[in-house]
Design a protein around this ligand. Structure first.
Ligand SMILES: O=C[C@H](O)COP(=O)(O)O
Length: 242
């Protein structure tokens, strides 16, 4: 809800026009606009490989759930990804691990890639304690989702420490590496792909330091400026080609 409708459409057109060498075929880019903008964004992005996502979904496909948004309709409107369980959904709208897992199952049932946000609420000042506490808090968030989707479902886990969202700086690189390395083990042996992206004040310089343990970034405010987005994409391209 940072953008209004004209701003969203203008932004998406701008991303489409980014210089072709801003990213290469090894980088997947997704944009996740609000529900109302989604279908028009899909039409704009149709000629490109940029993926379209929704910011939430309901857990049922059809029925008496006035005001909710069906994963079936999201798929029909052009979404291929759906974000579930953002920290704001969990904190402000009462979403639990069970709610999130049900939504992830609904996304998978409709051929959408669940992009599930996970992360610990608070940050301990002692680094070693912070890692252990984060793993302990995030483990049930991950496990409940893995239990709710078929084993061959491709999923994305967005590790977003809640305290790092909307902050001045991203989480410390060592913290991200240590936590995501452990969380990745929970998905070992799955048939579907499990990609982990980092979010929370991510920007220039973030990816290179954590590239060994994460597959990408989940950019928020920094990406609202297309030139910033292009710079980060180029940086990720450099880091992932070495
Ligand atoms: O949805 C985006 C993430 O919560 C990160 O946002 P941020 O980069 O503005 O902190």
């Amino acid at each position: 809800m940072y953008f209004d409708l004209p701003t969203t459409l203008s932004y998406v057109r701008g991303v489409l026009q980014l210089d072709g060498d801003a990213w290469n075929s090894r980088i997947d880019l997704f944009i996740i606009p609000d529900f109302v903008s989604l279908a028009e964004c899909g039409r704009i992005l149709e000629p490109s490989s940029i993926m379209l996502g929704a910011q939430d979904t309901f857990s049922e496909d059809k029925g008496a759930y006035t005001g909710e948004v069906s994963p079936l309709v999201l798929r029909q409107a052009g979404a291929t990804i759906v974000e579930i369980g953002h920290a704001e959904r969990r904190a402000m709208f009462g979403e639990t691990d069970e709610t999130v897992a049900n939504k992830a199952g609904a996304a998978a049932r409709n051929g959408l890639v669940p992009l599930v946000c996970i992360g610990e609420k608070t940050h301990h000042s002692v680094a070693s304690a912070a890692v252990g506490a984060a793993i302990q808090e995030c483990t049930p968030q991950v496990a409940s989702v893995l239990a709710a989707v078929p084993d061959d479902t491709d999923i994305i886990l967005a590790y977003e420490p809640v305290w790092a969202i909307g902050a001045k700086e991203p989480a410390d690189a060592d913290h991200v590496v240590n936590v995501t390395t452990e969380l990745r083990k929970l998905a070992a042996g799955r048939k579907g792909t499990t990609r982990i992206v980092y979010g929370g004040s991510a920007g220039p310089g973030t990816f290179a330091k954590i590239a060994d343990s994460v597959d990408g970034l989940f950019l928020g405010r920094f990406a609202h400026d297309i030139h910033n987005l292009k710079a980060v994409i180029q940086e990720v391209g450099r880091a992932s080609s070495v």
